[in-house]
Design a binder for this molecule. Structure first.
Ligand SMILES: N[C@@H](CCC(=O)N[C@@H](CS)C(=O)NCC(=O)O)C(=O)O
Length: 362
């Protein structure tokens, strides 16, 4: 195998994010599905745990985590940057990534596992038993799918919270549709990093999964067309909104995102700081640290305190804390406008990083 290989799947949330970026950047790559053999010989052998997407570069280097995959190519590319270079748009990009990667998992997992379960087993089976009969595909897909299905209760998706998850998702579709009336991409007339991040939840689960996709195309056709553009790698030319400004139509989305997610992140960071007090320096961080309360769409429950979210939050905080005073005043005005005050004083203490493809103390 030579060239860039993306071990990924059309059914996978984060593979869509990486794939949309690679196409937008015109990077030639071959996407290879994670058959059980590939999982063992390429992914577990090199990354240490079963996860996709994984990039194997031309030189045989393995990169995991979509932000590292994108950073790998951005470092050597002389074209426009995927991540905006101006401070407020940059911070908002990381906030949108935090929302897309870590909060949109709620509707994605709810709709997949409560409305598309039987269908998705057949789809998973295309990777697990590519040469099998439909029945063999279904059984093989079910064996793989059970692992993902088991994440549903940890996300707090229960009969009590499902009406809230659905309400929040429908509001999101309405807000994004309104935004797309004025701009074709999140931050302008070209695609940027935030669009790739949003394709994570929006492509595989919300657009491609049979029943959820039909619902999106029927109730939010502008969003469906947007998903088609971004996953195809369109939006290469055009501009971001000038003068580091933000489209006002993004504010409702960011407002709900922060209102719902920040309380969870605050509780998670407290549990993390407590855990870190007695942890060895540079330790690997557990993926979950107990349960925390949350509210979405007005319905409340308990979900796992997922530590990886703190890394995505830390990226946004780093941009905020490094801002020059005049930029920070603009960022504060923006945070005030979306009731995001809690963000201003949040700190990830101690800092986190990734080591050996896992979350670790910096
Ligand atoms: N933060 C990672 C997340 C990757 C991820 O969660 N991938 C899913 C499939 S879309 C997976 O393989 N999950 C296995 C697991 O979480 O144990 C990234 O951005 O690449």
């Amino acid at each position: 195998m030579s060239g860039n290989t993306l071990f990924g799947s059309d059914m996978s949330y984060f593979s869509g994010k990486a794939r949309a970026y690679l196409r937008w950047r015109d990077i030639s790559f071959e996407e290879i599905a994670p058959t059980p053999e590939i999982m063992k010989s390429e992914i577990i052998a090199n990354i240490g745990w079963p996860v996709i997407p994984v990039l194997k570069t031309e030189s045989g280097e393995f990169v995991q985590d979509t932000s590292d995959i994108i950073a790998h190519f951005e470092a050597s590319n002389s074209g426009v940057k995927a991540i905006p270079e101006t401070p407020l748009q940059r911070m908002v990009t990381y906030l949108l990534q935090l929302f897309a990667d870590e909060w949109m998992t709620l509707p994605a997992m709810h709709y997949r596992w409560n409305h598309n379960e039987e269908w998705i087993y057949g789809e998973f089976g295309k990777n697990s038993a590519p040469d099998g009969t439909p029945e063999e595909k279904y059984e093989a897909g079910k064996a793989v799918g059970q692992r993902f299905r088991s994440f549903v209760p940890m996300l707090g998706i229960t009969p009590e919270t499902i009406p809230g998850v659905e309400k929040a998702y429908e509001q999101f579709l309405a807000d994004l549709s309104a935004h797309l009336e004025t701009l074709p991409y999140l931050l302008g007339t070209r695609a940027s990093y935030a669009d790739f991040a949003l394709i994570g939840p929006l492509y595989a689960h919300q657009y491609r999964d049979k029943f959820t996709g039909e619902h999106m195309k029927r109730t939010a056709p502008k969003v469906a067309e947007y998903v088609e553009r971004v996953i195809a790698g369109e939006g290469k030319t055009g501009d971001l909104v000038p003068k580091d400004d933000l489209p006002v139509t993004l504010l409702p989305i960011l407002k709900v995102a922060l209102q719902e997610h920040l309380p969870v992140l605050t509780e998670t960071s407290k549990l993390f700081s407590e855990w870190a007090r007695t942890a060895e320096p540079q330790s690997e961080v557990p993926r979950g640290l107990g349960m925390v309360p949350f509210t979405t769409g007005g319905h409340s429950g308990m979900m796992a305190a997922r530590t990886f979210s703190l890394l995505r939050l830390q990226d946004a905080l780093d941009v905020y804390l490094m801002m020059l005073p005049s930029d920070k005043r603009r960022a504060d005005a923006f945070l005030d406008a979306i009731d995001g005050n809690a963000f201003k004083t949040m700190r990830i203490d101690p800092r986190v990083t990734r080591r050996n493809y896992k979350l670790a103390l910096a």
